[in-house]
Design a protein around this ligand. Structure first.
Ligand code: ADP
Ligand code: MG
Length: 237
């Protein structure tokens, strides 16, 4: 690429930075598939929140993201929409294995993410699975080989990586670390590090955290490459 081209890209990027928060009024203003737009509409999601506008925009450009936004700001769709769109764009099929992995600190949060994914993503052909324990391991194992989007808690995921011969994340495209600060607070630092080391390095990673502590930054350094920092200010309605 010529220097001139690089400058042009930087210029476009700067323009994009300026227009994203103000110009996007509806999910329809983002370049999303009809399947995703319909799934959002059916569930009464019309206007993206600030973190959604920014994170979806950058994620669809293929960037790693370090996202900071408080509880209730809509982080779930900020990563589920990119997952659906990126797998859709890559023409991912059920046979292609685990394309996206979401790590969530607790069973309850993982289940909520799974439910939102089922509701908003049901028009896509991908299959989704929960790896949160509470069922016997054999049951999770049986269902493992045809899952495209996996929602997991850290301990249970590492257990599958270590013990389940059917577990395969070698085709992983997108990794999401949700509520990273809470995962670390719950004592999952070593588990998260081990998980990340087991995953293919050629992937896109989105890390969300309400706070930016030193341990979150350490995790970001380990898991992200050249991340875009996304931290929308709360705007008055
Ligand atoms: P966070 O993970 O940042 O705490 P959630 O993703 O759980 O936030 O979303 C918080 C609430 O806001 C949920 O009830 C969700 O359904 C709702 N919500 C998220 N995005 C939108 C949106 N674009 N429009 C309306 N409601 C939304
Ligand atoms: Mg959340």
């Amino acid at each position: 690429k010529s220097v001139q081209e690089d400058a042009a890209i930087q210029y476009l990027q700067a323009q994009y930075d300026k227009i994203v928060p103000v110009e996007i009024k509806s999910f329809k203003d983002l370049p999303l598939s009809q399947k995703t737009l319909k799934g959002l509409k059916e569930n009464n999601f019309f206007t993206p929140t600030d973190i959604q506008k920014l994170a979806i925009g950058y994620a669809l450009q293929g960037k790693d993201i370090l996202g900071a936004a408080k509880t209730g700001s809509g982080k779930t769709l900020a990563f589920l929409v990119p997952i659906l769109e990126i797998l859709f764009c890559k023409k991912w099929t059920r046979m292609d294995g685990v394309g996206a992995l979401v790590i969530s600190p607790t069973r309850e949060l993982a289940y909520q993410i799974y439910e939102t994914l089922r509701k908003v993503g049901h028009l896509h052909d991908f299959s989704a699975g929960l790896i949160i324990g509470g069922q016997n391991l054999k049951f999770e194992r049986k269902r493992m080989d045809q899952v495209n989007i996996l929602i997991c808690t850290p301990g249970r995921l590492l257990q599958h990586m270590d013990e389940n011969p059917l577990f395969d994340c070698s085709q992983l495209q997108i990794l999401v670390l949700d509520e990273a600060d809470r995962c670390l607070d719950l004592g999952f630092e070593a588990t998260m590090n081990a998980i990340i080391e087991n995953l293919p390095p050629k992937r896109q990673t989105l890390l969300f955290s309400a706070t930016q502590t030193k341990s979150v930054k350490d995790l970001a350094r380990l898991s992200l490459s050249f991340p875009t920092y996304v931290a929308p200010h709360e705007q008055a309605a």
